[in-house]
Design a binder for this molecule. Structure first.
Ligand SMILES: *Cc1c(COP(=O)(O)O)cnc(C)c1O
Length: 392
């Protein structure tokens, strides 16, 4: 067979299994967006606070581009580090209450870079079974031993740690807020477990930053464990409405990562407009306006969860804007999503390998900027379509 024939066969296999994906163009950042010339209600964005469209971020990005150009021109270690990068790192460290912070070009680059820098052959990484793909990829890249523990099961983790002897470094990694389920990690118990077993603890708070805790500091702050987490990773592309990522950590670990994180060393740094927008976002989430947006988000989240429960769905009571409606098989999930789009509601279906087999789902996300009336209409439509498909 030719290489093209092999790829064609693999593509057809994806289609048959209901796992073929394609990209759709959307105009706007929500809660109403334009899709194929229609206005639809966006119910699957991670722009939880609506900051992507905030004038302070747009102005900061535009000014930085005017003054400093469209590119940084090189990696941070060559000539691509500006005072904006430095100021953003200082702002993140101050916000998170750590000695230092380090920027990465994306959450994906942060997780792969950090994990592969810290762990290697002879070391072990303990990873929650539902952790984000970028964490798994980081471990695979590192050459360290990967031990996956059952979701949020600290007792199982404890047993695995006890069994794992040897002199190598031990790193426990967990999502703070699980991206496809919206539940929180038991961070207090994980921190105690890490301390007992002399392991580093890293929390990926891509979905907690800006949303949870005092001044939006995230899940570790909410659960009162920030000081026991050695690596607080987060992103700017979700609630902070910008792009890129950071790790808030000690000076020792930051300096080591600057030397060893390959996604940092061998990649052009973020263009000036990006740290400028992120800096504005950090100021905003810490302000009274940020607190108001978080309150609106919490109110909308509680309302939407209650409305879906009234429709008959099983909806857990987590404090996050991520509301999963587990359907099961991928084809029904995609039909569910398509029927909602006919009714001008955009909720993306999520299938393996993003979620485990048999747990394909609609992943609904709420925004602070949603009107409650729109959430009511959406919940009613989701109920109707769900009943029509026999999902309810
Ligand atoms: C989105 C996400 C990432 C990746 O962040 P990007 O900045 O989008 O690359 C990492 N971890 C989790 C848990 C995420 O949800």
């Amino acid at each position: 067979m030719t290489p093209e024939a092999i790829i064609r066969q693999r593509t057809e296999d994806l289609v048959e299994r209901g796992l073929f994906r394609s990209i759709r163009s959307i105009a706007g950042t929500g809660p109403l967006v334009e899709l194929d010339g229609r206005q639809v209600l966006l119910l699957c964005s991670n722009n939880y606070l609506g900051l992507a469209e905030h004038s302070a971020l747009k102005r900061a990005a535009a000014t930085a581009a005017e003054q400093a150009g469209a590119s940084s021109g090189a990696s941070r270690l060559v000539s691509g580090s500006t005072s904006l990068h430095d100021r953003l790192e200082a702002a993140v460290a101050d916000w998170k209450g750590t000695e230092a912070a380090l920027l990465f070009n994306s959450g994906y680059a942060a997780n792969t870079g950090i994990i592969a820098a810290l762990a290697g052959r002879g070391d072990t990484v303990f990873s929650d079974r539902l952790n984000h793909a970028s964490i798994i990829d980081g471990v695979l890249l590192s050459g360290a031993r990967l031990v996956r523990y059952p979701h949020n099961d600290v007792d199982a983790l404890e047993r695995l740690l006890t069994r794992q002897t040897g002199s190598g470094l031990r790193l426990i990694v967990t999502d703070g807020v699980f991206s496809m389920d919206g539940d929180l990690a038991p961070l207090r118990q994980l921190a105690e477990c890490a301390r007992r077993h002399n392991a580093l603890l890293m929390v990926d708070d891509a979905h907690g930053g800006g949303v949870l805790g005092q001044e939006g500091r995230g899940s570790c702050n909410l659960l009162g464990v920030a000081e026991e987490v050695q690596l607080l990773m987060g992103t700017f592309g979700k609630a902070l409405g910008s792009f890129g990522a950071y790790v808030a950590t000690s000076r020792l670990l930051r300096d080591y990562l600057v030397n060893r994180a390959r996604s940092l060393v061998f990649s052009t740094s973020l263009p000036p407009a990006v740290p400028a927008a992120s800096l504005a976002a950090v100021h905003l989430v810490r302000s009274a306006e940020g607190a108001n947006l978080r309150q609106r988000l919490a109110d909308n989240t509680a309302l939407f969860r209650a409305l879906l429960r009234d429709e008959g769905f099983t909806v857990p009571d987590d404090p996050t804007p991520i509301v999963p409606l587990v359907v099961g098989d991928p084809l029904t999930t995609m039909t569910f999503s398509a029927r909602l789009l006919e009714r001008n509601i955009l909720v993306q279906g999520i299938r393996p390998p993003t979620v485990p087999q048999g747990t394909s789902r609609l992943r609904c996300t709420v925004m602070a900027t949603h009107e409650q009336e729109d959430l009511r209409r959406a919940a009613a439509e989701i109920g109707q379509v769900g009943r029509g498909l026999g999902v309810l």
